[in-house]
Ligand binder design. Sequence first.
Ligand code: UD1
Length: 404
Amino acid sequence: MLKIISVVGARPNFMKVAPLHKAFEKLSVVSSRLAVETGKRKSAEGGESRKDEEKNSTTKHQPTTVNHLICHTGQHYDEKMSKVFFDELELPKPDFYLGVGSGSHAEQTAKVMIEFEKILLQEKPDLVIVVGDVNSTIACSLAAVKLHIKVAHVEAGLRSFDKEMPEEINRVLTDTISDFLFITEKSGIENLKKSGVSDDKVFFVGNCMIDSLIHYLPKVDSTTITEDYKLITNNYIVVTLHRPSNVDEEKSLREVIEMLNHLSEKRKIVFPIHPRTRSNIKAFGLENLLNENIILTDPIGYLDFISLVKNCELVITDSGGIQEESTYLGVQCLTLRDNTERPVTVEVGTNHLIGTDFKKAEIAALEILSGKKKVGKIPELWDGKAAERIVEIIVERLIRLRWS
Ligand code: UD1
C-alpha cells in the first residue's frame, strides 16, 4: 500500500487535484478487484506472500493500492473560493485542513510549512503531490523534501521569466526540488532542460485542469447562469482580474475600469470579482465608476464559471488557468499581461497576449468583437487523460523504488 498526500491551497488547485483523486480511486477499485482475483487463484495454487504479490504485480505493470489523502492548507478559505469547488468537483472532505488563511508571502508560506511538516511527520507518506504555482505549492514541497519525502509537481516547467510574479518564484523553486515533473505543454520540457533538470524526472502528460473541464462539460450545459443573468450566447464578455500588477495600484485599476466601461457600451460584461480586486476597488473609492452594463458578482462556482466562458464571445483575464480553459473551448481570450507562462495558448490556441496598456487592449477587444477572431486548436495531449497518465507513472516508479 502506498500513501500519497496531494496538496490544495488556492482556488486554481482544486480542479487539478480532483481528476488525480478520481484516478487514484479508480486504481484502488481495479486493484482490489485484481487482489481478490489473484488471492483466489493463489489460494487455489498454494499461496504467495503479500510482498511477493506486490512485487510481481509491479513487474507486470499492474496497479497496486494507494491511500490517497488530501491536505487543504486553507490559503483560500471563503466558501465561494474553496468549498463550492469541493462540492462541484466531487472532492471528498480534506483529510487535513491547515487553516493558514491570508498573510504576507513570507507569513503564509511559513505557516503552511510549519503546519504541513506536522502532518508529514505523523503520516510519513511515500509521496507528496503539489500542483500549480501558489504559495502552498512551494511551502509543501519544501517541507517534504527536507524530510526526504519525494515530491511530484503537476504543471511543472511553465515559465513567464518574470520574477516580479510571486508564482514564477514558486514555479522555479518547486521544479528545482521535485522528483517528478509533470508537464502540460512542450515549452515546459525545454524550460526544464535549460535549467539542468535531468530528463528522467520529466513527463509530458497533458493537463489535469483540462481533465476536469472535459469531465464536467456535460454538467456545465445544465446550469442556468446565462439565463439568470439574461445573457445572449456569443454576445457578452467575461472578465476576471486579480493579479497584483493589474489591481493593486489605483492608476491601473482605474484604467481597467475605464476600458471595461467603454467595452460595456458594445456588449454586456460579467465580472466575477476576486476578493483582492473587490477590496482594492473599495479602498480606492472606485465602486461608483463601474457602468451598469457591467454585472459585478461574487466569485462564481466552477460549473457556472465554465458555462459563462463556454458561451461568451470574449474573455478578458489575467489568470493563468483561464487562458488554458478558453483555448480548449475555442473561445477568444485577451490576456492583460506582458508575458504568459503558457505560450501554447497563444501559439496554438485562441489566446491573445495583449500587455497592460489598457488603451491597446480596448482596441484589440473591439477588433475581436468586430469579427477578427483567431482560429485555435486544442494543444497536444489535452485529452482528459493527464491524471490517469500521472497516476500510472507515479505508482510504477514508487513501487520500483521500493523494490530497488
Ligand atoms: C493566489 C495565488 C495566485 C492564484 C490566485 C487565484 C499565490 C502567490 N497566488 O492569489 O497564483 O492565481 O490565488 O485566486 O499563491 N482572500 C479572501 N478570501 C479567500 C482568499 C483570499 O478574502 O478565500 C483575500 C485576502 O484578503 C487575501 C487576498 O485575497 O489577502 C489575496 O489572497 P492570496 O491567497 O494571498 O492570493 P491571491 O491573490 O488569491
